[in-house]
Design a protein around this ligand. Structure first.
Ligand SMILES: [Zn+2]
Length: 117
């Protein structure tokens, strides 16, 4: 892979853009995850069940979003430390194609597969 300044110039904007987008959508959807009020008799039982289902789905996607936010922040830390783009297990450069698929990838293909076995 190219030198560290290039890596930083190439990946930092992407990591930061995705992080910003996730933080914004986390904020934008906070109302959907709020507890379903008990004072909703007026809207009826079915509507309340719908509301609870929507809330459960919103909470599940928020959990995925938060996990991704953590991964992005860790990737930015590795970038600042000059470790970004190198496999955490073997130290080899992670192929660009793999980073294209997931910019937070921490292992090369071989090590990632080894971990799953
Ligand atoms: Zn590796």
């Amino acid at each position: 892979m190219t030198d560290k300044t290039d890596i930083e110039a190439r990946w930092r904007p992407r990591l930061e853009a995705e992080l910003e987008e996730l933080l914004a959508s986390s904020h934008a959807t906070s109302a959907e995850r709020a507890p379903v009020g008990l004072d909703q008799q007026s809207v009826g039982r079915l509507a309340r069940m719908d509301a609870m289902q929507i809330q459960a789905m919103a909470q599940a996607s928020e959990r995925r979003r938060q996990a991704r936010i953590v991964a992005l922040r860790k990737a930015l830390e590795r970038l600042a430390g000059g470790e970004y783009g190198y496999c955490e297990a073997c130290g080899e450069a992670i192929p660009e194609g793999r980073l294209e698929v997931d910019a937070t990838a921490r292992f090369c293909v071989a090590c990632a597969q080894g971990k799953e076995r």
